[in-house]
Design a protein around this ligand. Sequence first.
Ligand SMILES: [Zn+2]
Length: 393
Amino acid sequence: MGSFVSSLAGREPQLDQEAQERQRQRQRREAERAAERHAQVERQRREDARAVERQAQLERQRQKAEGAAERQEIQARQRREEERQEILARRRREAERQARLQQERRQEQERRAQRDLKRQLESYKADQKQKKKLKTGGAAGQAQPPQGPALPRPAFRGLRLESGRYACRDCAATAVLDTEAAQPVYTNVVRFFKQMRVALPKQPPLYAVSAGTMRHEAAKEDSGGRLSGPVSHVNGLCLSTETHTVQIITRQERTRSGSSFVTVRRERAGPVHCSVTGMLVMAGMPALLAGAIIAHECMHAYLRLTGVRSRQLTMHDEEGLCELMAVLYLKHEQSKGFISSHEGRLCTYLLHSIKNNPDPVYGSGYREAARSYQSYRRLDTLVNFVRSKRRLP
Ligand SMILES: [Zn+2]
């Protein structure tokens, strides 16, 4: 028992030491734990701070992005608005232009109508005067029919034409009295065009018509001032139509093989297509004059058939070119020589009257075209220039 106590007592300091040791260790661990907690708290704090910072950064980025997006949105809206304004302005300008054109057209039509009326009135008055003269002048055979100043007075063996016109004996010898008689002259002109390298792509029909029909058709042609034109134009006309045709699909079906049957139809829409429906020459002209008239009209036809629409050229330029063609034809005929001296004189007269025509359209147009022809030397070059540039050089 004693030994047990002693041994117990012997161990006491040892136990004490152990206890102390444990105590220290506990304290140490506690300290470590405290340090660790502290560190953890610190880490947490830092992390929190970083999170807050990130949050703020994100917020800033978000705001920035929102701002940019908003700015972009606003800019896009502004752009759209500007475009809309521009389109509206363009439309307004176009409408104004159209209105202006329409007004000009209306004014031109009015002027033309007034001119026509005046002319009709004048010719009516002249007719009345003539009739009165015939009545009061006794014998009808002695009455003087109306004639152009430079054409010879009607001879007794001349030809009485419809609508009170006369052809003298010499003119009557070659007078083109009907459509059939006009064809050889036409063929001659067509051949001449080919020689000049401005061959007509198509040969529209040529008809000989009465003075009344001529006047009526000329009034319909709606190109203004034709009746006031020179002799080679009052007596001829090129009838052209301009249609806006395009092929549209009226029906299309799917088939099992994937191909389809298409039915197309031509409709009035789209690009303009010019066609020349015919040319008119007044009946009763001597062949030489008829040829000059046909040459003039053929140039109108050539322009229409090669894609130059009416009014794409000014009247001045187009009629000038046509008159040039008439002159070149006359000179060509002159160079071949005439059978009668009368034809020679008629040719000289016609050339003179075209070259010295005071008309601001036909006369001045011819003179300008002739100048260009002189510098180009070749008619096809000149005509191609006019066709592409829509004006005389
Ligand atoms: Zn003409």
